[in-house]
Design a protein around this ligand. Structure first.
Ligand code: NDP
Length: 250
């Protein structure tokens, strides 16, 4: 049974992929999770094992965690990162689409926390890192449903941190600003799929202006480094190395 077992969701691209690779380079055996198996296969190595899964699938999440525990015996780090963004006016985004936004970004993270916490409690150690967003606490026009999902996971995370601190488990929020990944092109495509009346022309232009800064944004490696720093701090023997409101804005 190896020590230092990490699980990274959304590892087929962007921040998740960079994080899986950096943790593997730093002594972790990493389970890399996402739906696009062909993309995960590109990072398979002696330290990275892909698992194909949709974070909205309860059974698949339970099964993946059980498999990791049965083969490796423990989970030291969970990086909840898999996310989507559905921009558009709150009025225009169909509720079914809004449900999907929350299902992935809120319940996807919650599902993994519920699945790993019994094992981390038993180990009396572990670190959970939830990737949120600069748009978690600032809600701007055109990103209401995305912000709602990230606000909600921040609230849940702050509660969990206090609940599990006494078991030696650290819980950290990392809130990236704009990062150059597939995320922004994907969100523009998602917005174009939502019909908006002409009256919302200014709002749509605002979303385009905000994301037009993406080419100048830093790459996902900066967030991977923040994750690694948080993991290292969380392993410090100091009992309350991370304060109650531990949140890193990057
Ligand atoms: P990417 O689009 O590059 O990565 C998103 C990842 O999430 C992919 O690996 C995708 O894998 C996975 N994913 C999406 N839906 C599901 C699902 N239902 N089940 C399993 N995996 C899923 O974006 P980023 O790397 O930029 O984003 C990662 C996180 O960072 C997100 O939570 C995002 O909200 C956050 N963030 C990003 C910012 C940015 O500017 N890029 C800014 C602030 C926060 P697959 O499609 O293969 O399943």
């Amino acid at each position: 049974m190896a020590d230092n077992i990490a699980l990274v969701t959304g590892a087929s691209s962007g921040i998740g992929r960079a994080t899986a690779e950096l943790l593997a380079q730093n002594g972790y055996y990493v389970f890399a999770l996402a739906r696009r198996m062909h993309r995960l296969e590109q990072i398979r190595s002696s330290h990275i094992e892909p698992i194909c899964l949709d974070v909205t699938d309860d059974e698949a999440v339970r099964h993946a965690v059980a498999r990791i525990i049965s083969t490796r015996g423990r989970i030291d780090v969970l990086v909840n990162n898999a996310g989507i963004c559905q921009p558009g006016a709150v009025e225009c985004v169909p509720l079914e689409t809004a449900h999907r936004q929350l299902e992935v970004n809120l319940f996807g993270y919650a599902r993994f926390m519920q699945a790993v916490l019994p094992h981390m409690r038993e180990q009396r150690s572990g670190c959970i890192i939830n990737i949120v967003s600069a748009l978690s606490r600032i809600s701007v026009p055109g990103f209401g449903w995305y912000s709602a999902s990230k606000y909600a996971i921040e609230a849940l995370t702050d509660a969990v941190r206090g609940e599990v601190m006494e078991f030696g488990i650290k819980v950290v929020l990392i809130a990236p600003g704009l990062i150059k990944t597939e995320f922004v092109p994907n969100q523009l495509r998602a917005m174009e799929r939502i019909p908006h009346p002409a009256a919302y022309e200014k709002l749509l232009a605002g979303v385009h202006n905000l994301v037009a800064r993406e080419p100048e944004a830093p790459g996902p490696e900066i967030i991977a480094k923040a994750v690694l720093s948080a993991v290292k701090v969380s392993r410090s023997p100091v009992r309350h190395a991370l304060p109650l409101d531990s949140k890193m804005s990057v």
